[in-house]
Design a protein around this ligand. Structure first.
Ligand code: SF4
Length: 175
């Protein structure tokens, strides 16, 4: 009896998550343009709250972490700590060229190559900086991933699937 009840409660929580995802932001060394675009999302012109998306200060209350900027060596451990504080299932959006490859800061002595070197990234928002509609699209993509993961019983199935696709290709390439 306990399992179906737990399952039902989990389904209810996930339903609430999909209807109203809470996001939190982490500036890991951005030039601030990405942050300004996120602020634009929160303002009346784009008004993401009309979709139920709320910005929260505490990672403990968040479902989605948005990381802006390249990751400096100083910020790497702090970013990891913030990510660890977000309850599962947590999703991460890396903003812009900096999130994917450190962008204009690539190769500098004090930066990591990409956000993925510190925490797992689920969605990349393209641009430098990404436009507000790109940010909204990234959040919607996270919600679609959450729905998909729910059906498969968790996030692990996606990692398994990537391995299943990559391993034959790597064998073929002799890696
Ligand atoms: S992606 Fe572009 S706009 Fe965003 S932090 Fe990096 S340099 Fe700035």
């Amino acid at each position: 009896m306990a399992a179906p009840l737990q399952c039902l409660s989990q389904r209810l929580v996930n339903w609430a998550r999909i209807k109203s995802p809470w996001i939190t932001l982490f500036n890991s060394g951005a030039c601030n343009a990405c942050d300004i675009e996120i602020i634009a999302c929160l303002m009346p012109r784009f008004d993401i709250e009309r979709f139920g998306i709320l910005a929260k200060g505490s990672p403990r209350h968040a479902d989605i972490l948005i990381v802006t900027g390249h990751v400096t060596l100083k910020q790497a451990s702090r970013l990891r700590r913030v990510w660890e504080q977000i309850p599962e299932p947590r999703y991460v959006i890396a903003m812009g060229a900096c999130g994917a490859s450190a962008g204009a800061f690539h190769g500098l002595y004090h930066v990591m190559e990409r956000v993925e070197d510190v925490i797992p990234v689920d969605v990349y928002a393209a641009g430098c900086p990404p436009r507000p509609d790109e940010i909204i699209n990234a959040v919607v993509t996270c919600l679609n991933l959450l729905k998909e993961d729910q059906v498969h019983g968790g996030k692990e199935w996606r990692q398994r699937r990537v391995r299943e696709i990559m391993e034959p290709m790597e064998r073929k390439a002799g890696i």
